[in-house]
Write a protein that binds this ligand. Sequence first.
Ligand code: SF4
Length: 117
Amino acid sequence: MKCKICPMHCELSIEEDKMDNSYIITGNKCPQGEKHALNEIKEPSRVLFSRVLIDKAPMSRLHVKTDGIVPSYFKEKFINLIEKTRVEAPIAKGEVIIENILSTGINVVSARRVNEI
Ligand code: SF4
């Protein structure tokens, strides 16, 4: 698997050490790669769904999702930032709500259209 933490994209290998009941990570050029690989074993990367605050709309929260796969390492940081974000209706489905979140190249987009009230 490729490490997704930084643009180096190191190719990581994961081997299970059955004698020791642990994992041996190789190919990483820094400690973050090992952490990322272990996180991927426990909780794989996926598209992240969350909600932002919305004003001038029939509801107080707008469902959003990432337009790319989020490494589990970033999940909590993304959610903390997304949940504090506030937007105003009208919003189009697929509209970018947070561009290039935390400089990862991933955008957070609206999961639905919301008209202004
Ligand atoms: S292992 Fe370290 S250097 Fe390699 S991609 Fe991951 S974060 Fe970057």
